[in-house]
Design a protein around this ligand. Structure first.
Ligand code: SF4
Length: 375
């Protein structure tokens, strides 16, 4: 099953914590779309004969591109590539850009899932994050989107400087009360070169408190699962039947083709698995969209196994015990000892032949995963 990701690297302004590849302002949107269409044309053959199961417009803020440009791309793509009848077509959007009539146009084009960058319902948190919408706007837009689309997701961020448990609890309850189909919960991290990092270095605010974030994460898991959301990936919760198909596909390492600057691709064919990344430069991308990537690299069996273990352990369904036993067949006793140790610590469980991290285990997923990677 193949998936398609389209990276639209524009935002009105950069949020204080964000280090994604993007450009503030939309001055280059038109030449970017011309380049995107050229890259898409040049790479149509990579999609093969299998219908595409999902298309994800990510960014950046793809909703800034507007229905006319997204429609132009979808017209080209759907004319040349078979898209499954029930394909998930997601648009990431920010509340301040979601005017109802514009979103109706997106829906007419075939967008059937909206992922809204709400982040918080607290004015103080939104200001600290450098977001442009207000809590009222977030609520109103969420309600409108739920009226328009049958599949709506919202993002929340936890651990903003000076956040306390009451504030986080209020965010969770506000999100739950809106009844979205999907919620992503991210812990704030301080990335190099961001405004947030500079503010912390200058002593203007405190960095995220890991102890608080751990407690807040466990509260999120408890409340969201109580409300019927399935915790299907370390940061993602969905009502049954509403897992993100694009993200699930990429976590399960199904083939995906990334278009646009900095987008990644994983292809599988008779010769093995190949990966490539597009250049993270808008200028280079616009000037040579046919030549936007680093070129394909064939993954070695060890690289494939490493990715599989790394990604599977972040999923609610975990990884087959047998797969770990094959990977570590030279040190079966060591594996048994490690799994027992992590189980005794309450970090993982083995059920129906699968090794799965517990909510507490997800807090240490990097360490546990590193330990269980092929040596
Ligand atoms: S809206 Fe999202 S992608 Fe854009 S700057 Fe903010 S966090 Fe980054």
């Amino acid at each position: 099953m193949a998936h398609c990701y389209v990276h639209i690297p524009f935002c009105r302004e950069r949020c204080s914590y964000c280090d994604f590849f993007l450009v503030p302002g939309t001055r280059l949107m038109e030449p970017f779309f011309d380049a995107l269409l050229q890259e898409t044309e040049a790479r149509l053959c990579e999609f093969g004969s299998e219908p595409v199961a999902s298309i994800h417009f990510g960014g950046g803020t793809p909703s800034l591109a507007g229905p006319r440009r997204i429609g132009r791309w979808l017209a080209l793509f759907s004319d040349r590539v078979e898209i499954k009848g029930d394909a998930e077509i997601t648009l990431e959007a920010n509340p301040e850009d979601c005017r109802k009539h514009v979103m109706e146009e997106f829906r007419t084009l075939g967008i059937n899932r909206v992922s809204l960058g709400v982040q918080s319902f607290s004015g103080r948190k939104l200001e600290r994050l450098g977001r442009k919408h207000t809590p009222d706007e977030a609520c109103q837009v969420m309600q409108e989107m739920l009226g328009l689309f049958g599949n709506v997701s919202l993002d929340l961020i936890c651990g903003v400087p000076d956040e306390d448990m009451d504030e986080w609890h209020a965010d969770l309850e506000a999100a739950i009360s809106l009844q979205p189909h999907h919620i992503s919960v991210y812990m704030l991290t301080v990335e190099a070169g961001t405004k947030l990092q500079r503010e912390i270095h200058r002593g203007r605010c405190a960095g995220p408190d890991e102890g608080f974030q751990a407690e807040a994460y466990l509260l999120a898991v408890e409340r969201l699962t109580q409300e019927g959301f399935m915790h299907y990936e370390v940061s993602n919760f969905a009502r049954p039947g509403y897992f993100s198909r694009y993200n699930s596909g990429s976590w399960r390492r199904e083939p995906y083709i990334g278009l646009g600057p900095s987008a990644h691709t994983l292809l599988k064919d008779g010769s093995g698995e190949r990966r490539k990344a597009n250049v993270a430069s808008l200028v280079r991308y616009i000037s040579a969209p046919y030549d936007a990537s680093t070129g394909y690299e064939l993954l070695t069996p060890e690289e494939r196994q490493t990715e599989e273990v790394f990604l599977s352990l972040r999923l609610g369904q975990g990884i087959a015990l047998q797969q770990l036993q094959v990977i570590h067949r030279q040190r079966a006793q060591w594996l048994e000892g490690m799994l027992e140790k992590f189980m005794l610590e309450g970090f993982l469980e083995i059920r129906r032949g699968r090794v799965r991290l517990t909510p507490r285990g997800f807090l240490f997923s990097d360490h546990i995963t590193q330990t269980l990677l092929p040596s």
